[in-house]
Design a protein around this ligand. Structure first.
Ligand SMILES: C[S@@+](CC[C@H](N)C(=O)[O-])C[C@H]1O[C@@H](n2cnc3c(N)ncnc32)[C@H](O)[C@@H]1O
Length: 231
């Protein structure tokens, strides 16, 4: 197929799958049903070629489609938010096992991005209260949209908090109440070469974590609490 060859020569890692995903997106069918779809009109071909050309420029497939499947949830993504990766589903699996014996668990998801982890946990544990923390306003807007969509679709209890995970005041109200903390923080050392889709389209603050990648992961120095004069 010409589209696959175009994507392959542009260095796209999975050219055949992406060519089919784009075709399925334009036709409004899943990739696996393409073979059952009747022949298309020439205007469709123009639209398809335009999408393939954008993908050949290494614009992420998920940005062209506008969404990504994460576990059972379809999440809206686009410029300004990190695209959830399939491997992060194993963190969700681990988290759900970790709270298996806890009734009405309280879960905090740090660095929430699109809300993927928080929504996926909530979907599997509707009795959980999940608090998702994200600093970037653009990412938070996507998370809000995804949470609303999943509440409408059957109920999640995900609360979003805009803020910096290093701000020790942000979660004080939850002191002593939290059963589980999850996080997929930025962890790539600054300056590391990454694929064009990541370098040009994932927000840098979602990917890079300082010179050693550990800026958010290392224990932070506690601010010294000073006593008021005379105390
Ligand atoms: C690797 S992405 C993970 C997003 C999502 N949890 C996922 O797995 O798809 C990291 C996220 O952390 C956010 N972030 C980076 N530094 C932060 C900070 N200091 N406080 C809160 N969020 C932060 C970024 O904006 C980004 O959305």
């Amino acid at each position: 197929m010409a589209a696959t060859a175009t994507l392959d020569s542009a260095g796209v890692p999975s050219p055949g799958v992406d060519a089919e995903e784009l075709a399925g997106h334009l036709l409004g069918v899943s990739r696996t049903r393409l073979g059952l779809t009747p022949l298309v009109e020439s205007s469709w071909v123009d639209g398809y070629q335009a999408l393939v050309a954008q993908r050949a420029q290494r614009i992420p497939l998920q940005h062209l489609i506008g969404s990504v499947q994460f576990g059972r949830a379809r999440l809206t993504v686009g410029p300004g938010v990190f695209i959830p990766r399939p491997e992060t589903e194993s963190l969700v699996e681990w988290a759900v096992k970790a709270i298996a014996g806890v009734r009405n668990p309280v879960v905090v998801d740090l660095c929430a991005g699109s809300g993927a982890i928080a929504i996926a946990i909530s979907a599997q544990r509707p009795d959980a209260r999940v608090i998702a923390v994200e600093r970037a306003p653009a990412a938070l807007a996507f998370a809000r949209r995804n949470v609303v969509a999943h509440v409408d679709a059957g109920g999640t209890r995900v609360e979003l908090r805009g803020g910096d995970v290093l701000d020790e005041r942000l979660l004080v109200d939850l002191d002593g109440l939290v059963d589980l903390v999850t996080a997929n923080p930025p962890y790539v050392p600054d300056g590391t070469a990454v694929a064009p889709e990541v370098a040009d389209h994932d927000p840098p603050e979602a990917v890079f974590g300082g010179p050693d990648g550990l800026a958010l992961i290392k224990p932070q120095k506690q601010k010294r609490r000073t006593r008021p004069a005379g105390a």
